[in-house]
Design a protein around this ligand. Structure first.
Ligand code: ATP
Ligand code: MG
Length: 727
C-alpha cells in the first residue's frame, strides 16, 4: 500500500490522512489552531484531482478571504505537480455567490451586469429611502438601518421573514416596508448588496429545484474552511447545495475550530458546528490534536488563556516542537503608543539584522496584529520614518479612498448607465454648478418615471425644468458619458480610464487643489490606472474591486504585515507582535458593553487567534497612556495578560531591553516601576482584582470615558472589511 502512496499524503499524520481520504460522505474536522485543517482541505482537493474523482470545475471550495483562495490554488498546484487549470468554484462565499447570481440574475429580477454596492452606496441609498418616507434621518440613521438589514441578511431573512419585533424596532414600525423598499430600489438600480450575493441564490435554489439539481450534479465535492465563522445564510446556502437524494453520499467536508469563532458580531453562528452532525447524517467527525505551527510556550500561553472561556467543545493540543532555546511569550510595557511603535520597530530591525539570535529574519515572517484599525497609523508612521517596508492587509483599503471611489464612480457609470449612486456621486465632482437642487429635481424626475438618472438627465434637458446654466452643464456630462460608452468596446480600457479622468476634469481638480493631500491623491489615481492592467476589461476590473476584501500591496516585497486580528485568521508568521493589550481596547469596550459575557469570550477567542498565529516568537504589548482623538487616557493592562500562564511568559521591561529613549525619561510619572514595569500589575494579579473592587467608581468613570472615545474609533473598523456594522 505504502509503495503506491502519493507524495502529498506521506507527510500527513493518520488523522489528517483519514480526513483527506474519506471522500464519500460528510466529514467534519474539528481541531485547534495550527493542526493542519487548511492543509487537510488543500490536500483533499489534490487527492480528489489526483484520483480522478472529479474535475477541477466540479469542486466547490469555500475560503474566508480571496487571499486564502489564491494561496490554496497555488498549494494545490504544488501538490499535484503543475498548475491547476480552472478551479472556478474556489473562492469566498461572496465571490462564488456573485458568480452564481450572474448566471441566474434574471430570476432575481436583475440583469447579469448588475452592480455590487459597497457600504457607502448602501447607506446613501437607505438615507434617500428614509427621507422619502418623510422620516427624520437623524432620529433614524441610515447607518443603523443598514446594520439591521445586514443582520437580517446574515440570518437569511427576506422582508417577509423578519420577526415582528424587529420590524417594529425601526422607524415607528416601518422597518419591514423600508427593507422591502430597499430591495425594490436595488432591483430598479440593477444592483445588489453583499448580503444579496447569498440571499438571491438561496431564493433561486428554493424556487427552482431544477436549477438546484443541476448544481447537485455539478458539485461532486464541497469543502469549507473556517467553518466556525459561517453565518446562518451561508449555512442555508451550503445545505441546499449539499443536499442529495437518500442513499447518495453528501460529499461535504468542513473544517473549523470553535475557539476561533470571531465573527459573532457579524452574525456567525458557532452552533453551525454542533448542527453539522444533525444535518449531515452519518458525518465522520475527525479531531486533530497535534499542532505543527507553534512552540510549546506559545501553545501553552494560548491554551491557558482560552481555558477561561466557558462552553467550549474542548480540545487537546500538543506540539513536539519544543526546544530549550525557545523564547517564552514576551510581555512588554510602554508609556504610550508612540513608544510602543518605536520599540516594535527596533525589535523588528534587530530580528532583521540578526542581533537577536544570530539569524537574519525576513520581514515577510513578521506581523503586527492590532485589535482596531486606528492602531495601525502609529506603526505606519514609524515604519515610514525607519524606511521599513510594510504592507497593510485588510483595513482601510486603497479602493476606499475618496479619490479612488470618485474615479470608480465614473468608470461604473460608463459601464452601467443605470448606476444612479455613481451618477450622484460624480455629477457635480468636480464642481459644475449642478448643486443639490438640480440633483433633487433630476432625482424626482427619474423616480416619477422609474428610469435611471442619466437617462432622466437626457430627457430633462429638453424641458425647461432646469435653469439654462444647469441644463448646459448637464448636457456636457451626458455628452461625455455617451462618448466614453462608445469607446468602451473600441479602445483599451486603460486608455479609456485615463481619458475619462482627464476629460471629466477630475484629474485637474486635484492638480488645482492646494491641499497637502492633493499630490498623494494624484499618485493614487495613477496607481489606480496601473492596477487595471491585470484585467481584460473595465467591467472585469470593476467586479474585482467590488469583491476585493484584502488589499494586495506589492506582494513580492519583503515587508512586515500589519493587519487587524480579524484579518489574521488562518495565517501564520514566525514572529507576531500584539500591541494594545489594554482594557477597553482589548478586550474592546464596545464588545464588553454590548456582548456581556459572550462579548468578552469572543474577545478572548480573538486573543487566542492572535497568539496562535505565531510560530516561534510572540510579543505582546500594552501601554499606560493612549491618546485617542487627541484625548489622553490612562489605561489598565488587559485582563487577558493576567490570564497568561507565568511559566510560558517573560515580562520584559521596555527600557532595559531597548535602551533609553529621549523623551521617555521625561515622563517621570509613569506608573510602572522602571526596573520592572509589572511590579504593580502583571506579576501580582491579585493587585488588580483588589484595585478593581476597591476603586469601582474610578473604573466606571474610566470605562465611560473610554466608551465614548471607542465609539468614535468605530468597532466595525476592526474587521477585515470596513463595512461598519453597528450591532
Ligand atoms: P488555523 O486554525 O490557524 O487555521 P490550521 O489548522 O488550518 O490552522 P494549517 O495552517 O493547515 O493549520 O497548518 C499549520 C502549519 O502546520 C502549516 O505551516 C502547515 O504546513 C503545517 N502542517 C500541517 N500539517 C502538517 C504535517 N502533517 N506535517 C508537517 N507540517 C504540517
Ligand atoms: Mg486554517
Amino acid at each position: 500500500q505504502n509503495r503506491a502512496m502519493p507524495d502529498y499524503l506521506s507527510g500527513l499524520n493518520p488523522e489528517q490522512r483519514e480526513a483527506v481520504e474519506t471522500l464519500d460522505g460528510p466529514v467534519l474536522v474539528l481541531a485547534g489552531a495550527g493542526t493542519g485543517k487548511t492543509r487537510v482541505l488543500t490536500t483533499r482537493i489534490a487527492h480528489i484531482l489526483a484520483t480522478g474523482k472529479a474535475f477541477p470545475s466540479q469542486i466547490l471550495a469555500v475560503t474566508f478571504t480571496n487571499k486564502a483562495a489564491r494561496e490554496m490554488k497555488e498549494r494545490i498546484g504544488v501538490l499535484v505537480g503543475g498548475a491547476v487549470e480552472g478551479m472556478p468554484w474556489l473562492g469566498t462565499f461572496h465571490s462564488i455567490g456573485v458568480k452564481l447570481l450572474r448566471r441566474h440574475a434574471e430570476l432575481a429580477g436583475l440583469r447579469s451586469d448588475f452592480t455590487i454596492l459597497d457600504t457607502d452606496d448602501v447607506i446613501r441609498l437607505i438615507k434617500q429611502l428614509i427621507q422619502a418616507e418623510g422620516l427624520d434621518d437623524k432620529r433614524w440613521p441610515a447607518r443603523q438601518f443598514a446594520g439591521m438589514i445586514d443582520n437580517w441578511k446574515n440570518k437569511g431573512l427576506t422582508p417577509k421573514d423578519i420577526p415582528e419585533g424587529d420590524a417594529r424596532a425601526f422607524a415607528n414600525g416601518k422597518g419591514r416596508e423600508l427593507y422591502r423598499a430597499y430591495q425594490d430600489r436595488l432591483k430598479t438600480l440593477n444592483a445588489c448588496d453583499f448580503g444579496d450575493l447569498l440571499l438571491h441564490p438561496i431564493a433561486i435554489f428554493r424556487d427552482h429545484p431544477d436549477i438546484l439539481k443541476d448544481y447537485h450534479g455539478k458539485f461532486r465535492y464541497i469543502l469549507v474552511d473556517e467553518y466556525q465563522d459561517t453565518n446562518t445564510a451561508q449555512y442555508m446556502w451550503l445545505r441546499l447545495l449539499a443536499q442529495r437524494p437518500k442513499g447518495v453520499p453528501q460529499n461535504v467536508c468542513c473544517v473549523g475550530d470553535d475557539d476561533q469563532s470571531i465573527y459573532g458580531w457579524r452574525g456567525a453562528e458557532v452552533d453551525n458546528i454542533l448542527r453539522f452532525e444533525k444535518d449531515f447524517l452519518g458525518a465522520r467527525v475527525i479531531k486533530l490534536e497535534r499542532n505543527y505551527r507553534s512552540t510549546e510556550h506559545i501553545l501553552g500561553a494560548a491554551g491557558h488563556l482560552i481555558a477561561h472561556n466557558e462552553g467550549r467543545l474542548g480540545k487537546t493540543l500538543f506540539t513536539d516542537r519544543s526546544d530549550p532555546d525557545d523564547e517564552k511569550v514576551q510581555v512588554h510595557a510602554a508609556w504610550d503608543s508612540e513608544e510602543e511603535a518605536r520599540a516594535v520597530g527596533e525589535e523588528i530591525e534587530r530580528l532583521q539584522r540578526g542581533d537577536a539570535d544570530g539569524k537574519k529574519h525576513a520581514l515577510n515572517d513578521m506581523a503586527i496584529l492590532v485589535r482596531a484599525s486606528f492602531q495601525m497609523r502609529e506603526f505606519e508612521d514609524r515604519f515610514v520614518t525607519l524606511g521599513l517596508n510594510y504592507r497593510v492587509i485588510g483595513g482601510p483599503r486603497f479602493y476606499e479612498r475618496l479619490e479612488i471611489r470618485d474615479a470608480m464612480a465614473y468608470f461604473r457609470l460608463t459601464c452601467q448607465p443605470a448606476d444612479d449612486l455613481a451618477f450622484e456621486r460624480i455629477v457635480n465632482t468636480p464642481k459644475r454648478g449642478l448643486g443639490d437642487t438640480t440633483v433633487r429635481t433630476l432625482h424626482d424626475y427619474a423616480r416619477a418615471r422609474d428610469i435611471p438618472m442619466l437617462a432622466a438627465a437626457s430627457e430633462i434637458i429638453e424641458t425647461d425644468e432646469l435653469k439654462p446654466k444647469a441644463r448646459k452643464a448637464l448636457f456636457d456630462v451626458i455628452q461625455s458619458f455617451r462618448n466614453w460608452q462608445e469607446r468602451l468596446e473600441k479602445i483599451p480600457h486603460i486608455e479609456l480610464a485615463e481619458q475619462i479622468l482627464e476629460e471629466s476634469g477630475y484629474t485637474d481638480m486635484w492638480k488645482n487643489d492646494k491641499s497637502a493631500e492633493a499630490p498623494g491623491r494624484l499618485e493614487n489615481l495613477k496607481e489606480l490606472i496601473r492596477s487595471m492592467e491585470q484585467f481584460e476589461s473595465m467591467r472585469g476590473f470593476l467586479e474585482h474591486v467590488s469583491l476585493v476584501m484584502d488589499a494586495e500591496q506589492n506582494e513580492d516585497l519583503d515587508a512586515v504585515s500589519i493587519m487587524t486580528l480579524h484579518s489574521a485568521k488562518g495565517l501564520e508568521f514566525d514572529t507576531v507582535f500584539l500591541p494594545g493589550w489594554e482594557e477597553g481596547l482589548f478586550p474592546h469596550q464596545r464588545a464588553l458593553d454590548e456582548g456581556g459575557r459572550s462579548g468578552l469570550e469572543e474577545e478572548r477567542r480573538l486573543a487566542y487567534v492572535g497568539i496562535t498565529r505565531a510560530k516561534r516568537r510572540c510579543h505582546i504589548w500594552f501601554v499606560s497612556n493612549r491618546r485617542i482623538h487627541g484625548l489622553w487616557q490612562s489605561t489598565m493592562p488587559s485582563r487577558f495578560l493576567d490570564e497568561l500562564p507565568a511559566h510560558h511568559v517573560d515580562v520584559a521591561a521596555s527600557e532595559s531591553n531597548y535602551g533609553g529613549y529621549g523623551g521617555r525619561g521625561g515622563y517621570g510619572q509613569s506608573r510602572f516601576d522602571k526596573a520592572d514595569p509589572f511590579a504593580n500589575t502583571y506579576s501580582t494579579p491579585g493587585w488588580k482584582r483588589a484595585q478593581a473592587n476597591q476603586t469601582n467608581a474610578t473604573r466606571d468613570n474610566w470605562g465611560t470615558r473610554s466608551g465614548h472615545a471607542v465609539e468614535r474609533i468605530g468597532y466595525g473598523e476592526s474587521g477585515p472589511r470596513t463595512r461598519t456594522i453597528e450591532g
